[in-house]
Structures are given as C-alpha cells and as structure tokens.
Design a protein around this ligand. Structure first.
Ligand SMILES: NC(=O)c1ccc[n+]([C@@H]2O[C@H](COP(=O)([O-])OP(=O)(O)OC[C@H]3O[C@@H](n4cnc5c(N)ncnc54)[C@H](OP(=O)(O)O)[C@@H]3O)[C@@H](O)[C@H]2O)c1
Length: 254
C-alpha cells in the first residue's frame, strides 16, 4: 500500500538512502530540510528547521509515518529538535514515528549520546506509535575519522578501541521496512559484520585511497575512553550487517 512518509535528515548520509528506498518502494516521500528544494527533486520538499520550528507543522501534516534521521552535534540539539518534532506530530494526529539511534548511548558518557538518549525518552513517552532502532557506527564515520586527518603526516587511531561498523544501505533497508510496519517499540540492535580495532580500519582506508602514512595509536582518556575500550558501543551478538568495511571501501573508491 502506498503511504505518505516524511524523512527528516533526508539530505544526510543515512536519510538520503532511506528516502531513496521509500521512493523505490512506491511511497510518497516528504522531506524536511533547511535547504531549498534541488531542481527536479522527486520528493515533496519542505524547507524548515527543527530548531526554530519553521516549516515543521507543514511537513508532518497528513503523513502516515516519519523516519527521523536529522541530527546535529550542537549541545542538546537532538533532544530539542526531537521535542519540536514530537510536539508538531501530536498536533497533526498520530503517525508512526521511527527513530534511528546508536548502540550503547546509555553506557558511553558522551554529550552527543546523552542528547540522543533524551530524544529516545521523548519518543517513548510521547503517546505516539513509535519504533526505535539502534545501530553501530556507519562505515562512512569510520572513514571520516581518518579522512579528516588527510593533511597530517600521520593518521591517529584510538588505542585499543574497536568498532563494528555497518553499511548505511543495510540500515536504510531496515528503516524503510520499519516505516511501513506496525510500530514495534525498541527493536533488536543492528551491528556490522565484524569487530576490529580502529587502527586496522585506518590502515584499510589509507590503502584504499593510496595514501602512505604511519598509523599512530592515541589514548582516549577518562570515562569515555574506558567505555569505548570496554566495547560499550558494540553489539557482536547482533552482527546482522553483511557488507564489510573492505567491501564498502571497494564500492566507494574503486
Ligand atoms: N553516523 C553514524 O555512524 C551513526 C551510527 C548510528 C546512528 N546514527 C544516527 O543516524 C542519524 C543520521 O546520521 P547521519 O550521519 O546520516 O547524519 P548527517 O549526515 O550528519 O545528516 C544530518 C541531517 O540532519 C539534518 N538537520 C540537521 N539540523 C537540522 C535542523 N535544524 N532541522 C532540520 N534538519 C536538520 C540535515 O539536513 P539539512 O542540512 O538539509 O537541513 C542532514 O540531512 C543520526 O540520528 C545519527 O545519530 C549515526
């Protein structure tokens, strides 16, 4: 059945693929973005802002479901944005709200994660039908850790910290399914196919882009470092992703 679905963050790494998947599935896809509509967009485009609230009521009006992928690193930003969204959704009726979250946000003491945990709570207590999916880090983020250092003579990688990255295409497939399914509450976490140390991912990335650099371990101090070294952000028991980091690199760089 064709549904009308709003994707927030549809210009971002994940949301872009979610919107493509939903469109390919025959749904009417609405987008909320701070940018103006690119010419020829196949989406019903709403220019607005989850921080000021501009355009949010219009974007949620009449939709059957919302996949909330918008995010910001601004302090408390995701909590405030999610509050705006939930308030607007409540005024509009009761579409299903599907939220993408991160494995371990309740165990890793990181400011960004605190805001995401608060956003999860707002959704759980909203009285709206909801689904929350937590995943591990995306391959793109692991690449970004090394890519931002491209002007340095060495590449730093966190010492004794492992990651279990997942491909956004697999996360987007899951979210597109959850968007049309009955609301399911907190669904099973989703992790990538392999757990490896960050320095190994850094070396694979450097090889893929043909850059020769020593990879230098750096210790992340404090509770944040401890939580990452303990693997509080990993979910090896839910290693359901199938696209490995090396396969992702091949699809992007060769
Ligand atoms: N990256 C990871 O490794 C990872 C892992 C697990 C879960 N997640 C979660 O997945 C979600 C998507 O992450 P991502 O990496 O795809 O994000 P991203 O690429 O940084 O994209 C962020 C999106 O948020 C939108 N946005 C930011 N501020 C906004 C505002 N004030 N109003 C409306 N839209 C706003 C941006 O749209 P415009 O600029 O067009 O307005 C953009 O489309 C996040 O919730 C993140 O926590 C990420």
């Amino acid at each position: 059945m064709t549904e009308s679905i709003l994707v927030t963050g549809a210009t971002g790494t994940l949301g872009r693929v979610v919107a493509e998947r939903l469109l390919a599935g025959g749904h009417r896809v609405n987008v909320l973005s701070r940018r103006s509509a690119p010419s020829g967009t196949p989406y019903r485009w709403h220019t607005g802002d989850l921080h000021t609230g501009a355009g949010v009521d219009a974007a949620v009006a009449g939709v059957n479901a919302i996949v909330h992928c918008a995010t910001t690193m601004r302090r408390g930003g995701d909590e405030a944005a999610t509050r705006r969204l939930v308030d607007a959704v409540r005024r509009s009726g009761s579409p299903r709200l599907v939220y993408i979250s991160i494995v371990g946000i309740d165990r890793v003491p990181f400011r960004y994660y605190r805001a995401k945990l608060a956003a999860e709570r707002l959704i759980e207590e909203s009285g709206l039908p909801w689904t929350i999916l937590r995943t591990t880090q995306f391959h793109d983020l692991i690449v970004a850790f090394s890519a931002v250092q491209r002007r340095l003579p060495v590449t730093f990688a966190l010492r004794r910290v492992r990651f279990q990255p997942i491909d956004v295409r697999e996360v987007a497939d899951r979210l597109a399914t959850l968007a049309v399914d009955e609301p399911a509450g907190r669904v099973a976490d989703m992790g990538g196919p392999e757990v490896r140390e960050e320095r190994e991912f850094a070396r694979l990335y450097l090889r893929a882009v043909g850059r020769r650099r020593p990879v230098v371990p750096v210790r992340l101090p404090g509770g944040l470092g401890r939580a990452y070294r303990d693997g509080a952000h990993l979910t090896p028991e839910h290693a359901v992703g199938t696209i490995t980091f090396e396969e992702f690199l091949r699809s992007r760089y060769s």
